[in-house]
Ligand binder design. Structure first.
Ligand code: NCD
Ligand code: ZN
Ligand code: ZN
Length: 335
């Protein structure tokens, strides 16, 4: 069996910088036509100059591939209309992190409410710049995303012209919120469609599956699977591929992030084929995002086939999800 995908998009991707950028960026650029690039570097991307320089480094690291990095700024409540008007030309979205909630988010926002963010969110609404949010409170780890849903809803209600993307949703509650507000959208990762907390911590601790938000319960995964497999018009694929060096994962104080970029498309195809929903993968990995972001990627055709392949044990210093395991599908060609 084969499947042709037109211009697959990864709407949530960490490419890092320097040596790591050079290891991971080509792996995404090979099979994706474009990707939303997360700004949580150290220090985060908060200026147009830093953004342009980072984009330049990504272009160098992905030279020879047809790949568009869609850049984002790291949200600051000091961004005003004039700054954003100038920034708009260079960005596809702005990413908001609650302070300290995930990897490299120390410079994020503490206290997210409509009043304190009004100046920036009004400007983003007017300029049609999407707001992407890592939606977790600092409550009990399994409840953080659920507790954040009212924040999403308040923002969606108070800024009806702002496109808000709930990033890497992991719960049934988030899925249900999607249909309550016309301006709420979501990205869903590959790993949250596949695993639950059991896979992370139910047996021997599996550091390469540890990420934020942490994988949840079977009923949450079911809810995510349902909307992904039907390519619900408000969900998009965003891998949240988040590489960390092997020593930072296999250590005391394991860094959060699952590295899925090299396996994303074959494993998605395998999953959709398993549920007899291959016809919906095009919308989930590209068409929905094109509509939501009003973005037309360059044409890039990826042919996937149900030929088994073995996932490499490591890419330089980074261990991928399913390292050393056989997966049922592979990439046949890209043109
Ligand atoms: C991401 C990272 O490593 O940058 N980690 C993660 O567990 N998902 C940050 C993020 O997306 O929250
Ligand atoms: Zn996040
Ligand atoms: Zn992320």
């Amino acid at each position: 069996m084969q499947l042709a995908l037109n211009s697959p998009l990864d709407m949530h991707l960490h490419l890092r910088d320097e040596a790591m950028l050079n290891i991971v960026a080509p792996l995404s650029a090979k099979s994706f036509a474009a990707a939303i690039i997360m700004p949580n570097l150290v220090p985060p991307i908060t200026t147009i100059a830093a953004l342009k320089a980072y984009k330049e480094r990504i272009m160098i690291a992905t030279k020879g591939e047809k790949f568009t990095p869609l850049m984002t700024l790291f949200f600051q409540d000091s961004y005003d209309y004039d700054f954003l008007k100038e920034a708009k030309e260079y960005i596809s979205a702005i990413k908001l992190y609650p302070a300290g909630i995930t990897t490299n988010s120390e410079g994020g926002v503490s206290g997210i409410d409509s009043e304190s963010l009004k100046m920036t969110l009004d400007a983003m609404s007017e300029l049609k710049i999407p707001l992407l949010i890592h939606g977790e409170t600092n409550g009990f780890v399994m409840d953080r995303e659920k507790e954040f849903v009212p924040v999403y809803e308040e923002l969606a209600k108070n800024f009806p012209n702002l496109t808000i993307v709930m990033e890497h949703i992991t719960t049934k509650d988030s899925v249900e919120a999607l249909d309550r507000h016309k301006n709420l959208y979501a990205t869903i990762t590959l790993h949250h469609l596949l695993i639950t907390l059991d896979d992370v911590a139910g047996g021997m601790l599996e550091p390469h599956l540890f990420c934020k938000p942490i994988a949840k319960r079977p009923e949450d995964r079911e809810a995510l699977l349902k909307v992904a497999l039907e390519a619900h018009p408000k969900v998009m694929f965003g891998s949240d591929s988040a590489p960390h060096p092997q020593h930072a994962k296999e250590s005391c104080g394991c860094a959060a992030g699952v590295f899925t970029a090299p396996i994303a498309l074959p494993v998605l195809a395998e999953l959709f084929a398993h549920h007899d929903k291959l016809d919906n993968l095009q919308a989930f990995v590209s068409d929905n995002a094109q509509r939501i972001y009003d973005f037309r990627p360059e044409k890039k055709e990826v042919i996937l086939e149900d030929a088994p392949s073995t996932v490499p044990a490591i890419y330089d210093t980074v261990v991928p999800m399913y390292a050393g395991k056989e997966i049922g599908w592979s990439i046949k060609s890209v043109s």
